[in-house]
Ligand binder design. Sequence first.
Ligand SMILES: Nc1ncnc2c1ncn2[C@@H]1O[C@H](COP(=O)(O)OP(=O)(O)OP(=O)(O)O)[C@@H](O)[C@H]1O
Length: 255
Amino acid sequence: MDALDNAIDVQNLTVGYGSNVLLQNLDFSVKNGEIFVILGGSGCGKSSLLKNLFGLYQPLSGDVLIEGQNITTAQGADRQKIMTSFGVMYQQGALFGSMNLLDNVTLFMEEYTKLTRDQMNLLARCKLDLVGLLPYETYMPSEISGGMQKRAAIARAMALDPKILFLDEPSAGLDPITSADLDSTILDLSRNLGFTFVIVSHELASIYSIADKVIMLDKAAKGIIAEGDPKTLRDTSKDPRVHQFFNRIMSKDAA
Ligand SMILES: Nc1ncnc2c1ncn2[C@@H]1O[C@H](COP(=O)(O)OP(=O)(O)OP(=O)(O)O)[C@@H](O)[C@H]1O
């Protein structure tokens, strides 16, 4: 595959904290426009890997290339440019509670652009519209539902017009219907606007409905034990850990 097809290239990446190595020598790529989901049991390092991908934490070794630019070695203005080429939605959404939704979205524009207030508001309204929240621009985060807060956090992650969005457990804490609504928004943004998504998730229904590709991490193996389309993995993988993972989640989902 041509490297230009890839939004992200991960090369020989080792993730951990000091002497605590969680994941070793990972190699994988995320294609442009793909919805790529990171799976694995609790504590295997999914969130840590995500944070290494978007540069919040430095890997123990190895490289992460975002659109061909090495985020692990870039410094100064080069690093800043890479850091503004993607958006992040943290696990709790983390909207600023003292600002309405419009101001939550314009905040990063104020910091990183020279747009006028009117231009920022116009663009922020577009982002809110894309996630179905235009009528709620003056609402405070505490005045909207959990699902709406997640969508507002996605609108905020899109503030600087990134091509890549990193989402850490977007469905956490949502009921199945709200979670399915959020999945529709993610699919819509990917299929109609070409966003690349890298998502940490363990919600099986969500994974089946949105993931183009998954990687499954394993704590004992400290690495990737399966990768591919989730339904194909479920149906064809001969690895008992993969079966156990899908079945365990299925019975949890069904409960
Ligand atoms: N900032 C940190 N400093 C040191 N250790 C950390 C840090 N963040 C996470 N860890 C440790 O790394 C391990 C993996 O955590 P991580 O949150 O990446 O796993 P996870 O697969 O996302 O788990 P879960 O599904 O339960 O959220 C845990 O043992 C955790 O305590």
